[in-house]
Design a protein around this ligand. Structure first.
Ligand code: DON
Length: 586
């Protein structure tokens, strides 16, 4: 891919002839004034360019939330202040995924200390949760029970996570960063066409509950594009949080309402469950890929472990030489993904309950062993792949946003209600939509969850346990300095989407916009199916099929929000797979 580096680059491609013309202007007889310092922009007008800014950047799935974050940066807040403000704002303006009734993970790079923190505010199973709670008398999974009932709801972690991040790593007051969200909820905003589509698709789930209909419906049907979504109760709940902090949610007026909602409808969450909820600061899982340091979310997410495991395998292949969307690169990625997801099904779970062999799975020696199983010319059927033997144990809806500030602080957050609008249940009187994260547990060994993922003992339901996740907020550092911050929603496809975003930049020399628009692929071992996005050529698909890959063309996978940090500034891009996403810098 040809890159134009130099003084004239920020001009659009069409202006390049003008740049050439200027450089051939005849010299005058006078001595020229001393040259002004030349700023060298590394803008590249390849196929598509990222957003550029000098002082800081925010990339989210909703423009209003991006603006909230940029405003905080402009007022002197750091990336964590902005990240927390965005987290609350998305709960209002991206109500299908942004949340305070769900949970997630935030990766923080603290520039002052150089410390990297993996903040775990994943939902937790209530104390009364039991291994077989989603099975009927005959031992079969009851359809929908782990998704659209009060039993689907895990104890939410978002409020604890965001307030913890702010008080430990931020500089502003909670009341300051939450204020824009309160105003957006209070005054309302027009529903976008994408949100209208999602509301229509979720009509049945939301429509079951008066508390949900009161907010998201008008005249007995879901709100349509252009109509105002006003969330007075949510504004009230957020005002309480602004005044009293997380206590309002876990041991105050909001907690009381959540428990009343559970009691009324056979849910399990108690006042004690809420009081006992804890944020956990974990050590990021790290690896090295072609000289770059990659760090991502450790268990209870499977994301970081498998991104690094896959990179360890893929590093031995000359992917750059094969090309980004060649059948050879895709085949090798697919074979690698199968091996990783087979291990996911066996070994990954909440590390506070199950020993997860993180070191073994991410070791180079194990990658060498796994790579021997890959035939570069033939697909190995999933039925012939079993979870491997890592070294012994050492003692559609989520959203991602990325923030980078001028001091080098980074925030990568992926948080979720699980599916669009989670359980569809708004806790009466709170305006808070509750998650259905309990479905991320393995309800029964071998029975797939909503993302077709299977699991066993390591991810069985248990009291106070956190369900296994795929969410992968990720940083890439180069020589200890921030290089890339990225992540994505997309259920089981989050891990492979994040992997490909990084490979496209490191291996294929793409800018972050190109890295994002390139068609993605995904294989998760079970089912034995290589999913590819529209856009891959017919002959590439044919070569893959000839190698034995079972190719299935899918509409779209993942929605990344990525910022690359270069010496001259920030280069960011919001995945156009969601037209509402927006990256803004200043
Ligand atoms: O934690 C997980 O892996 C899932 N609950 C994420 C769900 C998701 O990404 C849905 N979105 N598109």
């Amino acid at each position: 891919m040809q890159k134009f580096t130099g003084l004239c680059k920020p001009a659009a491609l069409a202006l390049l002839p003008l740049c050439g013309a200027l450089s051939f202007m005849p010299a005058t007889a006078q001595t020229p004034p001393p040259a002004a310092p030349v700023v060298k922009y590394d803008l590249t007008y390849d196929i598509i360019s990222p957003v550029y800014a000098k002082n800081g950047m925010v990339a989210t799935e909703q423009e209003l939330a991006t603006k909230v974050g940029v405003d905080i940066l402009k007022k002197g807040g750091n990336a964590i202040d902005a990240g927390v403000a965005v987290g609350f704002a998305l709960a209002v303006v991206l109500p299908n995924a942004g949340n305070i009734g769900g949970g997630g993970f935030m990766m923080i790079h603290d520039a002052k200390t150089g410390k990297n923190v993996a903040l775990d505010f994943r939902e937790m199973a209530p104390q009364r949760a039991t291994r077989n709670m989603y099975l009927d008398d005959k031992g079969n999974v009851v359809p929908g029970r782990s998704l659209y009932t009060h039993l689907a709801v895990g104890v939410p972690g978002t409020v604890a996570g965001l307030t913890h991040a702010l008080s430990k790593y931020g500089t502003m007051k909670l009341s300051q960063v939450i204020q824009p969200a309160i105003e957006l909820a209070e005054k309302g905003y027009p529903v976008s066409p994408s949100l209208a589509l999602i509301l229509a698709a979720e009509r049945e789930h939301l429509g079951q509950w008066d508390s949900s209909k009161a907010i998201f419906f008008k005249d007995g049907r879901p709100l349509q594009a252009g109509e105002m979504l006003v969330q007075k109760d949510l504004a009230k709940s957020m005002r309480l949080i602004a005044k009293q902090g997380a206590k309002a949610f876990y041991d105050g007026a909001i907690a009381k309402k959540i428990v009343a909602e559970m009691d009324k409808h056979g849910g399990l969450i108690t006042a004690d469950d809420l009081k006992n909820y804890k944020v956990v600061e974990r050590v990021p899982v790290t690896g090295n890929y072609r000289g770059y340091e990659v760090m991502s979310m450790p268990p209870p997410s499977s994301g970081g472990v498998h991104i690094i495991q896959m990179m360890n395998i893929l590093e031995r292949y000359p992917l750059k030489q094969y090309g980004a969307d060649s059948a050879q690169t895709i085949h090798l990625m697919a074979e690698t993904m199968k091996l990783a997801y087979a291990d996911r099904s066996e070994y990954l779970g909440d590390p506070d309950f199950t020993k997860v062999p993180v070191k073994g799975l991410t070791s180079r020696a194990y990658a060498d062993e796994l790579a021997k199983k890959i035939n570069p010319d033939r697909a190995t059927p999933s039925s012939e792949i079993k979870p491997g033997q890592p070294q012994p144990y050492e003692s559609d809806q989520t959203t991602h946003f990325s923030v980078a500030d001028k001091d080098g602080n980074l925030v990568a957050t992926t948080y979720t209600l699980n599916l669009n609008f989670g359980s569809g249940i708004v806790a009466t009187g709170t305006g808070i939509t509750l998650n259905n994260e309990m479905d991320d547990f393995s309800a029964k060994p071998g029975v797939p969850n909503a993302f077709g993922l299977v699991g066993g003992d390591a991810n069985a339901v248990g009291p106070y346990k956190r369900p296994l996740s795929s969410m992968s907020p990720t940083f890439v550092l180069k020589d200890g300095k921030p290089f890339l911050v990225t992540g994505s929603p997309g259920g089981s496809r989050i891990i492979t989407t994040t992997l490909q975003e990084i490979l496209n930049v490191i291996d294929h020399d793409m800018n972050v916009a190109e890295a994002t628009i390139t068609p993605r692929i995904h294989h998760q071992w079970a089912p034995d199916q290589l999913r590819v996005e529209k856009g891959l050529s017919a002959d590439t698909i044919k070569i893959l099929q000839d190698k034995g890959q079972k190719v299935s063309v899918q509409p779209s996978m993942g929605r990344t929000q990525t910022i690359q940090i270069k010496p001259d500034g920030f280069y960011g891009f919001s995945d156009p797979r969601n037209p509402d996403g927006r990256t803004i810098g200043f």
